[in-house]
Ligand binder design. Structure first.
Ligand code: ATP
Ligand code: MG
Length: 413
Protein backbone atom coordinates (compact mmCIF):
# COMPACT_ATOMS: atom_id res chain seq x y z
CA UNK A 1 0.00 0.00 0.00
CA UNK A 2 1.33 3.43 -0.87
CA UNK A 3 0.52 6.45 1.27
CA UNK A 4 2.49 9.11 -0.65
CA UNK A 5 -0.70 11.01 -1.46
CA UNK A 6 -1.93 10.87 2.16
CA UNK A 7 1.42 12.17 3.45
CA UNK A 8 1.21 15.12 1.08
CA UNK A 9 -2.31 15.95 2.23
CA UNK A 10 -1.79 15.26 5.90
CA UNK A 11 1.45 17.01 6.77
CA UNK A 12 1.61 20.79 6.85
CA UNK A 13 3.54 22.12 3.84
CA UNK A 14 6.48 23.31 5.90
CA UNK A 15 6.86 20.01 7.75
CA UNK A 16 6.61 18.09 4.50
CA UNK A 17 9.48 20.14 3.05
CA UNK A 18 11.62 19.31 6.09
CA UNK A 19 10.85 15.62 5.83
CA UNK A 20 11.68 15.63 2.14
CA UNK A 21 14.94 17.45 2.78
CA UNK A 22 15.95 14.85 5.35
CA UNK A 23 15.00 11.90 3.18
CA UNK A 24 16.83 13.47 0.22
CA UNK A 25 20.01 13.79 2.24
CA UNK A 26 19.61 10.27 3.60
CA UNK A 27 19.30 8.83 0.09
CA UNK A 28 22.56 10.56 -0.90
CA UNK A 29 24.25 9.02 2.15
CA UNK A 30 22.89 5.60 1.23
CA UNK A 31 20.68 5.49 4.34
CA UNK A 32 17.05 4.49 4.53
CA UNK A 33 14.62 6.65 6.51
CA UNK A 34 11.10 5.88 7.69
CA UNK A 35 8.27 7.60 9.49
CA UNK A 36 7.30 5.33 12.40
CA UNK A 37 5.02 4.85 15.36
CA UNK A 38 2.26 7.23 16.40
CA UNK A 39 2.32 9.41 13.30
CA UNK A 40 1.73 6.43 10.99
CA UNK A 41 -1.11 5.20 13.18
CA UNK A 42 -2.71 8.63 13.29
CA UNK A 43 -2.19 9.30 9.61
CA UNK A 44 -4.09 6.10 8.80
CA UNK A 45 -6.83 7.12 11.24
CA UNK A 46 -6.91 10.66 9.87
CA UNK A 47 -6.03 12.22 13.26
CA UNK A 48 -3.62 15.15 13.35
CA UNK A 49 -0.25 14.31 14.93
CA UNK A 50 2.77 16.29 13.86
CA UNK A 51 5.22 14.83 16.40
CA UNK A 52 7.24 13.04 13.80
CA UNK A 53 9.45 10.12 14.69
CA UNK A 54 11.90 9.02 12.02
CA UNK A 55 13.87 5.81 12.10
CA UNK A 56 17.12 5.65 10.18
CA UNK A 57 18.87 2.48 9.09
CA UNK A 58 22.44 3.51 9.84
CA UNK A 59 23.67 6.36 11.98
CA UNK A 60 20.81 8.78 12.71
CA UNK A 61 23.05 11.23 14.56
CA UNK A 62 25.41 11.70 11.58
CA UNK A 63 22.45 12.26 9.28
CA UNK A 64 20.93 14.78 11.69
CA UNK A 65 24.26 16.59 11.98
CA UNK A 66 24.45 16.93 8.23
CA UNK A 67 20.86 18.18 8.02
CA UNK A 68 21.51 20.71 10.77
CA UNK A 69 24.58 22.06 8.97
CA UNK A 70 22.62 22.77 5.82
CA UNK A 71 19.49 24.24 7.45
CA UNK A 72 18.19 26.46 10.23
CA UNK A 73 17.67 23.47 12.51
CA UNK A 74 19.07 23.29 16.04
CA UNK A 75 20.54 19.92 16.81
CA UNK A 76 20.28 17.99 20.07
CA UNK A 77 22.20 14.75 19.76
CA UNK A 78 22.43 11.76 22.11
CA UNK A 79 25.33 9.78 20.76
CA UNK A 80 24.95 7.08 23.37
CA UNK A 81 21.39 6.30 22.27
CA UNK A 82 21.93 7.02 18.59
CA UNK A 83 19.12 9.58 18.64
CA UNK A 84 18.86 13.22 17.64
CA UNK A 85 16.30 15.96 17.78
CA UNK A 86 16.12 18.60 15.07
CA UNK A 87 14.41 21.71 16.28
CA UNK A 88 13.01 24.11 13.69
CA UNK A 89 11.05 27.27 14.26
CA UNK A 90 7.63 25.58 14.29
CA UNK A 91 8.41 21.88 14.49
CA UNK A 92 10.71 19.33 16.01
CA UNK A 93 11.67 16.05 14.44
CA UNK A 94 13.02 13.02 16.28
CA UNK A 95 15.49 10.81 14.49
CA UNK A 96 16.56 7.47 15.89
CA UNK A 97 19.01 4.88 14.69
CA UNK A 98 17.12 1.65 14.03
CA UNK A 99 17.75 -0.53 17.05
CA UNK A 100 17.52 -4.05 18.30
CA UNK A 101 16.57 -4.64 21.93
CA UNK A 102 17.00 -7.53 24.30
CA UNK A 103 15.63 -7.74 27.83
CA UNK A 104 18.03 -9.23 30.39
CA UNK A 105 15.14 -9.61 32.85
CA UNK A 106 11.52 -8.45 33.08
CA UNK A 107 11.14 -4.75 33.73
CA UNK A 108 14.81 -3.99 33.15
CA UNK A 109 15.77 -1.41 30.58
CA UNK A 110 16.70 -3.30 27.42
CA UNK A 111 20.19 -3.73 25.99
CA UNK A 112 20.36 -1.91 22.68
CA UNK A 113 22.37 -2.57 19.49
CA UNK A 114 21.99 -1.09 15.97
CA UNK A 115 19.57 -3.01 13.77
CA UNK A 116 17.26 -2.92 10.78
CA UNK A 117 13.82 -1.35 10.52
CA UNK A 118 12.28 -4.79 11.19
CA UNK A 119 14.32 -5.10 14.40
CA UNK A 120 13.11 -1.67 15.39
CA UNK A 121 9.47 -2.54 14.78
CA UNK A 122 9.52 -5.89 16.61
CA UNK A 123 10.58 -4.18 19.87
CA UNK A 124 7.46 -1.98 19.87
CA UNK A 125 4.42 -2.22 22.06
CA UNK A 126 1.39 -2.80 19.84
CA UNK A 127 0.73 -3.64 16.21
CA UNK A 128 -0.95 -0.28 15.60
CA UNK A 129 2.26 1.42 16.79
CA UNK A 130 4.57 -0.89 14.85
CA UNK A 131 4.07 0.45 11.34
CA UNK A 132 6.42 2.55 9.23
CA UNK A 133 6.23 4.53 6.01
CA UNK A 134 9.28 4.57 3.78
CA UNK A 135 10.72 7.90 2.73
CA UNK A 136 13.20 6.30 0.28
CA UNK A 137 13.62 7.48 -3.30
CA UNK A 138 12.26 4.32 -4.94
CA UNK A 139 9.58 3.35 -2.47
CA UNK A 140 8.46 6.71 -1.10
CA UNK A 141 5.17 6.34 0.80
CA UNK A 142 5.24 2.53 0.97
CA UNK A 143 3.65 1.20 4.18
CA UNK A 144 5.77 -1.31 6.15
CA UNK A 145 3.37 -3.30 8.30
CA UNK A 146 4.82 -6.66 9.37
CA UNK A 147 2.37 -7.11 12.30
CA UNK A 148 -0.82 -6.19 10.44
CA UNK A 149 -1.32 -3.00 12.35
CA UNK A 150 -3.47 -1.55 9.59
CA UNK A 151 -5.87 -4.46 9.83
CA UNK A 152 -5.98 -4.06 13.64
CA UNK A 153 -6.71 -0.37 13.21
CA UNK A 154 -9.62 -1.32 10.96
CA UNK A 155 -10.91 -3.79 13.55
CA UNK A 156 -10.27 -1.42 16.47
CA UNK A 157 -7.89 -3.82 18.20
CA UNK A 158 -4.92 -3.36 20.50
CA UNK A 159 -2.59 -6.32 20.00
CA UNK A 160 0.85 -7.08 21.40
CA UNK A 161 3.52 -8.40 19.05
CA UNK A 162 4.59 -11.47 21.05
CA UNK A 163 3.41 -13.29 24.19
CA UNK A 164 6.33 -12.05 26.32
CA UNK A 165 5.57 -8.39 25.63
CA UNK A 166 3.85 -7.46 28.89
CA UNK A 167 6.33 -9.33 31.05
CA UNK A 168 9.31 -7.76 29.21
CA UNK A 169 7.85 -4.34 29.93
CA UNK A 170 4.73 -4.10 32.08
CA UNK A 171 4.39 -0.35 31.42
CA UNK A 172 2.76 -1.61 28.21
CA UNK A 173 -0.25 -2.56 30.35
CA UNK A 174 -0.76 1.12 31.15
CA UNK A 175 0.10 2.23 27.63
CA UNK A 176 -2.34 -0.29 26.15
CA UNK A 177 -5.20 0.92 28.31
CA UNK A 178 -4.37 4.50 27.41
CA UNK A 179 -4.60 3.78 23.66
CA UNK A 180 -7.63 1.55 24.10
CA UNK A 181 -9.53 4.33 25.84
CA UNK A 182 -8.22 7.17 23.71
CA UNK A 183 -9.17 5.44 20.47
CA UNK A 184 -12.25 3.59 21.69
CA UNK A 185 -10.59 0.24 20.77
CA UNK A 186 -10.55 -3.15 22.49
CA UNK A 187 -7.79 -5.54 23.47
CA UNK A 188 -7.55 -8.50 21.13
CA UNK A 189 -8.52 -11.67 23.06
CA UNK A 190 -5.08 -13.15 23.69
CA UNK A 191 -3.65 -9.71 24.46
CA UNK A 192 -6.40 -9.23 27.05
CA UNK A 193 -5.63 -12.60 28.65
CA UNK A 194 -1.91 -11.92 28.80
CA UNK A 195 -2.48 -8.43 30.12
CA UNK A 196 -4.50 -9.76 33.07
CA UNK A 197 -2.03 -12.52 33.75
CA UNK A 198 0.90 -10.07 33.79
CA UNK A 199 -0.56 -7.44 36.11
CA UNK A 200 1.76 -8.62 38.93
CA UNK A 201 4.70 -7.78 36.63
CA UNK A 202 3.99 -4.12 37.33
CA UNK A 203 6.00 -4.73 40.49
CA UNK A 204 9.12 -5.03 38.31
CA UNK A 205 8.71 -1.45 37.01
CA UNK A 206 10.48 1.47 38.69
CA UNK A 207 8.49 4.16 40.50
CA UNK A 208 9.55 6.75 37.97
CA UNK A 209 8.34 4.77 34.99
CA UNK A 210 4.96 4.03 36.59
CA UNK A 211 4.54 7.69 37.50
CA UNK A 212 5.49 8.70 33.97
CA UNK A 213 2.73 6.48 32.58
CA UNK A 214 0.22 8.09 34.94
CA UNK A 215 1.42 11.49 33.74
CA UNK A 216 0.83 10.39 30.16
CA UNK A 217 -2.68 9.23 31.08
CA UNK A 218 -3.31 12.63 32.66
CA UNK A 219 -2.39 14.30 29.38
CA UNK A 220 -5.19 12.46 27.58
CA UNK A 221 -8.40 14.27 26.70
CA UNK A 222 -10.43 12.11 29.10
CA UNK A 223 -8.04 10.46 31.54
CA UNK A 224 -10.93 9.19 33.66
CA UNK A 225 -11.71 6.61 30.99
CA UNK A 226 -8.29 5.00 31.35
CA UNK A 227 -8.39 5.23 35.16
CA UNK A 228 -11.81 3.58 35.26
CA UNK A 229 -10.65 0.82 32.93
CA UNK A 230 -7.51 0.25 34.98
CA UNK A 231 -9.82 -0.15 37.95
CA UNK A 232 -12.02 -2.71 36.18
CA UNK A 233 -8.98 -4.71 35.05
CA UNK A 234 -7.60 -4.80 38.59
CA UNK A 235 -4.50 -2.80 37.66
CA UNK A 236 -5.06 0.10 40.06
CA UNK A 237 -4.63 -1.89 43.30
CA UNK A 238 -1.32 -3.16 41.94
CA UNK A 239 -0.13 0.43 41.72
CA UNK A 240 -1.57 1.39 45.08
CA UNK A 241 -4.09 -0.45 47.30
CA UNK A 242 -5.92 2.84 47.96
CA UNK A 243 -6.62 3.83 44.36
CA UNK A 244 -10.17 3.79 43.08
CA UNK A 245 -11.36 4.55 39.58
CA UNK A 246 -14.98 5.18 40.43
CA UNK A 247 -17.72 7.43 39.08
CA UNK A 248 -16.92 10.13 41.63
CA UNK A 249 -13.48 10.56 40.14
CA UNK A 250 -14.83 10.64 36.59
CA UNK A 251 -17.26 13.39 37.49
CA UNK A 252 -14.57 15.48 39.20
CA UNK A 253 -12.04 15.01 36.41
CA UNK A 254 -14.64 16.24 33.98
CA UNK A 255 -15.32 19.24 36.18
CA UNK A 256 -11.58 19.99 36.40
CA UNK A 257 -11.29 20.01 32.64
CA UNK A 258 -14.18 22.40 32.25
CA UNK A 259 -12.73 25.07 34.52
CA UNK A 260 -12.40 28.44 32.85
CA UNK A 261 -8.63 28.32 32.92
CA UNK A 262 -7.57 24.75 33.57
CA UNK A 263 -3.94 25.41 34.45
CA UNK A 264 -1.82 22.66 35.92
CA UNK A 265 -4.38 20.10 34.85
CA UNK A 266 -2.18 17.02 35.35
CA UNK A 267 -1.35 18.15 38.91
CA UNK A 268 -5.00 18.78 39.60
CA UNK A 269 -5.83 15.25 38.45
CA UNK A 270 -3.16 13.88 40.79
CA UNK A 271 -4.70 15.79 43.70
CA UNK A 272 -8.19 14.52 42.90
CA UNK A 273 -6.88 11.00 42.48
CA UNK A 274 -5.86 10.90 46.15
CA UNK A 275 -8.84 12.82 47.52
CA UNK A 276 -10.26 9.83 49.37
CA UNK A 277 -6.89 8.83 50.87
CA UNK A 278 -6.05 9.12 54.54
CA UNK A 279 -2.99 11.14 55.51
CA UNK A 280 -1.13 7.89 56.10
CA UNK A 281 -2.13 6.37 52.74
CA UNK A 282 -0.86 9.37 50.91
CA UNK A 283 2.64 9.18 52.37
CA UNK A 284 2.91 5.62 51.17
CA UNK A 285 1.62 6.62 47.73
CA UNK A 286 3.99 9.58 47.35
CA UNK A 287 6.97 7.46 48.28
CA UNK A 288 5.90 4.52 46.16
CA UNK A 289 5.59 6.64 43.00
CA UNK A 290 8.50 8.93 43.84
CA UNK A 291 6.29 11.98 43.31
CA UNK A 292 8.36 15.18 42.98
CA UNK A 293 8.47 17.61 45.91
CA UNK A 294 6.17 20.33 44.59
CA UNK A 295 3.45 17.95 43.50
CA UNK A 296 3.79 16.05 46.80
CA UNK A 297 3.20 19.29 48.66
CA UNK A 298 0.09 19.98 46.60
CA UNK A 299 -1.26 16.47 47.20
CA UNK A 300 -0.62 16.64 50.96
CA UNK A 301 -2.17 20.11 51.05
CA UNK A 302 -5.24 18.77 49.32
CA UNK A 303 -5.91 16.38 52.18
CA UNK A 304 -4.93 18.84 54.92
CA UNK A 305 -7.28 21.44 53.52
CA UNK A 306 -10.04 18.88 53.10
CA UNK A 307 -10.06 18.30 56.87
CA UNK A 308 -10.35 22.06 57.47
CA UNK A 309 -13.14 22.74 54.97
CA UNK A 310 -15.88 22.71 57.66
CA UNK A 311 -14.38 25.98 58.95
CA UNK A 312 -15.36 27.54 55.65
CA UNK A 313 -18.92 26.28 55.62
CA UNK A 314 -20.41 29.47 57.06
CA UNK A 315 -22.26 32.06 55.05
CA UNK A 316 -20.78 35.16 56.63
CA UNK A 317 -17.01 34.90 56.43
CA UNK A 318 -15.05 38.06 55.73
CA UNK A 319 -12.65 37.99 52.78
CA UNK A 320 -9.72 38.40 55.16
CA UNK A 321 -10.86 35.37 57.19
CA UNK A 322 -11.01 33.32 54.01
CA UNK A 323 -7.59 34.60 53.02
CA UNK A 324 -5.91 33.67 56.30
CA UNK A 325 -7.46 30.22 56.25
CA UNK A 326 -6.28 29.45 52.74
CA UNK A 327 -3.02 31.24 52.16
CA UNK A 328 -0.80 28.41 53.36
CA UNK A 329 -2.08 25.92 50.78
CA UNK A 330 -0.86 25.29 47.24
CA UNK A 331 -3.33 26.83 44.75
CA UNK A 332 -3.83 23.53 42.96
CA UNK A 333 -4.80 21.91 46.29
CA UNK A 334 -7.39 24.65 46.78
CA UNK A 335 -8.67 24.10 43.27
CA UNK A 336 -8.98 20.36 43.93
CA UNK A 337 -11.04 21.05 47.04
CA UNK A 338 -13.24 23.53 45.17
CA UNK A 339 -14.00 20.81 42.65
CA UNK A 340 -14.46 18.07 45.23
CA UNK A 341 -16.58 19.93 47.76
CA UNK A 342 -20.34 19.51 47.54
CA UNK A 343 -21.02 22.77 49.42
CA UNK A 344 -21.71 25.77 47.19
CA UNK A 345 -20.58 28.15 49.95
CA UNK A 346 -17.21 26.47 50.25
CA UNK A 347 -16.89 26.33 46.50
CA UNK A 348 -17.59 30.05 46.24
CA UNK A 349 -15.05 30.96 48.94
CA UNK A 350 -12.32 28.81 47.43
CA UNK A 351 -12.91 30.31 44.01
CA UNK A 352 -12.91 33.80 45.49
CA UNK A 353 -9.51 33.12 47.01
CA UNK A 354 -8.10 31.67 43.80
CA UNK A 355 -9.36 34.33 41.44
CA UNK A 356 -9.13 37.46 43.62
CA UNK A 357 -7.99 37.36 47.23
CA UNK A 358 -4.61 35.79 46.67
CA UNK A 359 -3.66 38.64 44.33
CA UNK A 360 -4.69 41.50 46.63
CA UNK A 361 -1.77 43.81 47.38
CA UNK A 362 -1.61 47.07 49.32
CA UNK A 363 -0.90 50.21 47.30
CA UNK A 364 1.68 51.39 49.84
CA UNK A 365 4.92 49.54 50.32
CA UNK A 366 7.61 49.68 52.99
CA UNK A 367 9.49 52.54 51.37
CA UNK A 368 6.41 54.74 51.32
CA UNK A 369 5.54 53.88 54.89
CA UNK A 370 9.06 54.94 55.90
CA UNK A 371 8.46 58.29 54.25
CA UNK A 372 5.33 58.59 56.39
CA UNK A 373 7.55 58.19 59.41
CA UNK A 374 6.89 54.56 60.24
CA UNK A 375 10.09 52.79 61.14
CA UNK A 376 11.20 49.53 59.62
CA UNK A 377 10.80 46.46 61.82
CA UNK A 378 7.87 44.93 63.68
CA UNK A 379 5.91 48.18 63.64
CA UNK A 380 5.96 48.34 59.88
CA UNK A 381 5.07 44.67 59.61
CA UNK A 382 1.99 45.28 61.72
CA UNK A 383 0.92 48.32 59.69
CA UNK A 384 1.32 46.43 56.43
CA UNK A 385 -0.76 43.58 57.78
CA UNK A 386 -3.56 45.89 58.90
CA UNK A 387 -3.52 47.62 55.52
CA UNK A 388 -3.63 44.32 53.69
CA UNK A 389 -6.54 43.09 55.82
CA UNK A 390 -8.44 46.34 55.28
CA UNK A 391 -7.84 46.10 51.57
CA UNK A 392 -9.07 42.49 51.48
CA UNK A 393 -12.25 43.47 53.31
CA UNK A 394 -12.83 46.50 51.11
CA UNK A 395 -12.39 48.96 53.99
CA UNK A 396 -9.77 50.87 52.01
CA UNK A 397 -9.51 51.09 48.28
CA UNK A 398 -7.37 54.05 47.25
CA UNK A 399 -3.83 55.02 48.09
CA UNK A 400 -5.15 57.97 50.05
CA UNK A 401 -7.35 55.63 52.15
CA UNK A 402 -4.29 53.55 52.96
CA UNK A 403 -2.22 56.60 53.92
CA UNK A 404 -4.93 57.79 56.23
CA UNK A 405 -5.28 54.40 57.87
CA UNK A 406 -1.50 54.00 58.23
CA UNK A 407 -1.12 57.38 59.89
CA UNK A 408 -4.03 56.72 62.22
CA UNK A 409 -2.39 53.48 63.33
CA UNK A 410 1.08 54.78 63.75
CA UNK A 411 0.78 56.75 67.01
CA UNK A 412 -1.07 53.85 68.64
CA UNK A 413 1.79 51.48 67.87
P1 ATP B 1 1.25 9.19 21.49
O1 ATP B 1 0.20 9.64 20.54
O2 ATP B 1 0.71 8.74 22.80
O3 ATP B 1 2.45 10.08 21.60
P2 ATP B 1 3.10 7.49 20.21
O4 ATP B 1 2.83 6.24 19.42
O5 ATP B 1 3.75 8.62 19.51
O6 ATP B 1 1.72 7.86 20.84
P3 ATP B 1 5.27 7.55 22.13
O7 ATP B 1 5.14 7.31 23.60
O8 ATP B 1 5.60 8.89 21.64
O9 ATP B 1 3.90 7.04 21.50
O10 ATP B 1 6.29 6.47 21.59
C1 ATP B 1 6.64 6.40 20.21
C2 ATP B 1 6.65 4.96 19.75
O11 ATP B 1 7.62 4.24 20.48
C3 ATP B 1 5.35 4.20 19.96
O12 ATP B 1 4.49 4.36 18.86
C4 ATP B 1 5.81 2.79 20.11
O13 ATP B 1 6.02 2.24 18.82
C5 ATP B 1 7.17 2.92 20.75
N1 ATP B 1 7.13 2.72 22.22
C6 ATP B 1 7.01 3.66 23.17
N2 ATP B 1 7.03 3.12 24.40
C7 ATP B 1 7.16 1.79 24.24
C8 ATP B 1 7.27 0.67 25.11
N3 ATP B 1 7.21 0.81 26.44
N4 ATP B 1 7.42 -0.53 24.57
C9 ATP B 1 7.51 -0.67 23.23
N5 ATP B 1 7.40 0.31 22.35
C10 ATP B 1 7.25 1.55 22.83
MG1 MG C 1 4.49 10.41 20.40
Amino acid sequence: MNLARQIEQYLPRQLLELVKDISGQAVKRGQRVYLVGGVVRDLLLGYPNFDLDLVVEGDAVKLAQQVAETSQAKLLAHHRFGTAKLRYENFTLDLATARKETYARPGALPAVTPGTLKDDLVRRDFSINAMAISLGANDYGELVDPYHGKSDLGHHLIRILHPGSFSDDATRILRGVRYEQRLGFEFEAQTARLLKRNIPMLDTISSDRIRHELELIFKEKQPELAIKRLGELGVLPRISPFLKGDGWLAEKFDKARHLKKPTQLPSLYFCLLVYSFSEKDIEQFLAHLNIPAKLSRAMRDTLRLKTRLPLLDKSSLKPSEIYYLLREYEPVAIQANAIASESSTIHRYLQLFLTKLRYVRTALDGEELKRLGISAGPEMGQVLQVLHKAKLDGEVSTRADEKKLALSLSPKL
